[in-house]
Design a protein around this ligand. Structure first.
Ligand SMILES: [Zn+2]
Length: 85
């Protein structure tokens, strides 16, 4: 199955930083609503749209609480905690 290399970057405005966007461009990560992820399994239970992607054919998704590059909070659980401070 061939996929078109041209992708619509409709999520670009949502990504926290260029380093993370770089990972998304290389398909090592995805920014996607959790309930819309398909074709793989989610390995942890963080309420986030930010996922690492491991494996191409049947990918495993690992949600993250923080961006590893800019350190911004990217999960709803931590957003809610920060709001209470
Ligand atoms: Zn970032």
């Amino acid at each position: 199955m061939l996929q078109t290399p041209i992708r619509i970057r409709q999520n670009k405005h949502m990504v926290c930083c260029d380093d993370f966007q770089n990972l998304v461009d290389q398909e090592f990560a995805q920014v996607h609503p959790k309930h819309l992820l398909s074709g793989g399994r989610i390995l942890n239970d963080i309420d986030t749209d930010y996922f690492f992607v491991f494996g191409a054919d049947r990918p495993s998704f690992v949600g993250m609480n923080y961006c590893p590059f800019c350190g911004r909070v990217v999960s709803r659980g931590l957003w809610n905690l920060e709001k209470k401070k």
